[in-house]
Design a protein around this ligand. Structure first.
Ligand SMILES: C[S@@+](CC[C@H](N)C(=O)[O-])C[C@H]1O[C@@H](n2cnc3c(N)ncnc32)[C@H](O)[C@@H]1O
Length: 198
């Protein structure tokens, strides 16, 4: 299982945003939608062995489960609609119990710390950071949990939590990439690890 936590610092925590303004009024929700796209889409299939956790404003986490996903399309608008639908169910997410909003999509009343704790069970936590160790020097974990920030830096509090929880802090390459591109590179790294023909 490959997992990705993406921290949406400016992301909405209520459903009252317009699908026509996801890059503006919805706090760069477009970035998170592209991360979902990169995490799941192959050309003609979906990666089923993937789970994505979008942390929205450190209040809610929307989870996408590859093996159960239906109605996920490659465009950002329809992914934003799935997130909005999840937020419409937020009052049904009581304690840490999830509320499912569509097949494979659920919402939890959890910020980053709890989401990280929960997802890290049986996973190797890998902080994706442009200042980390070169990825080629790191043995690819069997069940990685990659943690990425959105268009902002990790906050100090997040960085501290990650320092405690991370098994690895990894740089995918010499350039600072967009979060969604980092996911594509991480997948490619794992897809090709150990296969010399690539
Ligand atoms: C656009 S970057 C975040 C902002 C960035 N600190 C900056 O100065 O622009 C989005 C996220 O992608 C990941 N990322 C970007 N470049 C990376 C790299 N070369 N190696 C590993 N992760 C990277 C990190 O998780 C980063 O927080």
């Amino acid at each position: 299982m490959r997992q990705f936590i993406v921290l949406g610092h400016d992301a909405p925590t209520t459903p009252d945003f317009s699908l026509d303004d996801i890059a503006g009024g919805a706090g760069r929700l477009d970035v998170l939608c592209r991360c979902v796209n990169s995490a799941f889409f192959l050309s003609h299939a979906i990666r089923e062995d993937v789970r994505v956790h979008l942390v929205l404003g450190d209040e809610y986490t929307v989870r996408f489960e590859g093996s159960e996903l239906r109605r996920l399309n490659p465009d950002e608008r329809s992914t934003a609609a799935l997130i909005r639908k999840a937020l419409e169910k937020r009052d049904e997410a009581i304690g840490h119990m999830p509320a499912e909003s569509s097949p494979g999509v659920s919402i939890r009343r959890m910020g980053f710390e709890t989401t990280l704790e929960d997802a890290a069970r049986d996973a190797t936590v890998v902080e994706l950071h442009e200042d980390g160790d070169p990825v080629v020097d790191v043995e690819p974990p069997e069940n990685p949990l990659f943690v990425l920030s959105d268009h902002n830096d990790f906050t100090e509090a997040e960085a501290e939590l990650l320092t405690e929880a991370s098994d690895q802090r990894v740089r995918l390459g010499p350039e600072v990439l967009h979060a969604d591109h980092s996911i594509t590179v991480a997948h490619n790294y794992l897809d090709t690890a150990g296969y010399s023909q690539y």
